[in-house]
Structure formats: C-alpha cells, structure tokens
Design a protein around this ligand. Structure first.
Ligand code: HEM
Length: 144
C-alpha cells in the first residue's frame, strides 16, 4: 500500500508554475552548458576556416551565454524560494556548494573571455566547463 502511494506521487504531473520555473531553468542550462561543450567541439573546424574564426564564434556565443547565465541565476533564486524552505540540511549543503560552483563557472567564463595566452584560454575554459557540468549534476540531485 505504502509502495502504491509512493508510486502515485512519482507519477503526478508538475503544477503549471513548477513546469514553467523548471523549464526556464533547464533551458538556460542547456544554452550555458550545452553551448560551451558544442562550441569546444566546433573549434577544430573553426580553426580550419581561419585564425580569427574561433574568436568570432566565441564572441557570438557570449551574446547568448550571458543572458542564459542571468536566467539561471534568476530562476535559481526562484527555485530556492519554491523548494528550499522545507529542505533537509544535506539539501541545503549541496545547494551552498552548487552556488559556489556556479559563481566559479561565471568567473571562469569571464576570465576565459579576457585571456590572451593559449594557456590562459585553455585553463579558464577547462575550469568553466568543469564547474558548469558540476552545477548541472548538482541541480539534478537537488531536484530529486
Ligand atoms: C551554471 C548554472 C546552473 C546550472 C547549469 C543549473 C542546472 C540545474 C539543473 C539541470 C537542475 C535540475 C532541474 C530538474 O531536474 O528538473 C537544477 C535544479 C535546481 N537548481 Fe540549478 N543550475 C544553475 C544555477 C543555479 C543557481 C544559481 C541556483 C540557486 C541560486 C540554483 C538552484 C537550483 C535548485 C534549488 C534546483 C532544484 C529545483 C527543484 O527541485 O524544483 N541553480 N539546476
């Protein structure tokens, strides 16, 4: 009986506002995280098109990347207000680490955009990608 009740809860549809909140958050995450990984995969082809092509692509991506980051921050705060009040200590601890990782991803992306040396570009690119994927995985665990 208990199992049947749990099953019913799992199979319920999300309320409309929850659907909108999570759709916006996940859509922005697809742009921020998926865009970075896709762009990294396109760099070898861009290099073959010309030495300025990778930089031009990166600048175009920045124009959609930063609005996506802003949406992630705004909907992230919305998420916390929506689900955070009744959260366990472990959930709050994961959230705290996630927020730090998100800020690291933002800082990494900002420094990556300003790096002039190859090693600077590679190091900040790696920090940004790693922190972004970590934030995504932590988000999935927070959503439960
Ligand atoms: C790089 C930035 C971020 C990424 C890639 C990201 C990604 C995600 C993903 C993929 C989920 C799972 C959604 C689902 O499975 O339905 C999620 C959930 C969540 N995120 Fe984020 N997130 C980011 C930033 C933030 C920020 C800044 C906050 C808080 C201020 C936040 C708070 C949350 C919370 C509380 C949940 C759980 C929502 C729920 O259970 O309804 N996120 N995140």
């Amino acid at each position: 009986m208990e199992q049947a009740t749990a099953q019913l809860t799992i199979n319920q549809l999300a309320p409309a506002l929850t659907g909108i909140r999570l759709s916006l958050h996940v859509m922005a995450a697809t742009v921020w995280v998926g865009g970075q990984l896709t762009l990294a995969g396109l760099v070898p082809t861009a290099r073959r098109l010309g030495s300025t092509a990778p930089g031009a692509l990166a600048r175009s991506f920045a124009r959609i990347q930063w609005p996506a980051y802003a949406v992630l921050l705004a909907t992230g705060v919305w998420n916390v207000f929506a689900v955070g009040t009744s959260a366990t200590t472990a959930w709050k601890a994961v959230l705290g680490v996630k927020i730090a990782v998100v800020l690291l991803a933002g800082l990494g992306a900002w420094l990556h955009g300003r790096a002039t040396s190859k090693s600077g570009l590679a190091a900040w690119g790696a920090v940004t990608a790693l922190a972004s994927v970590t934030a995504l995985v932590m988000g999935v665990f927070l959503a439960g």
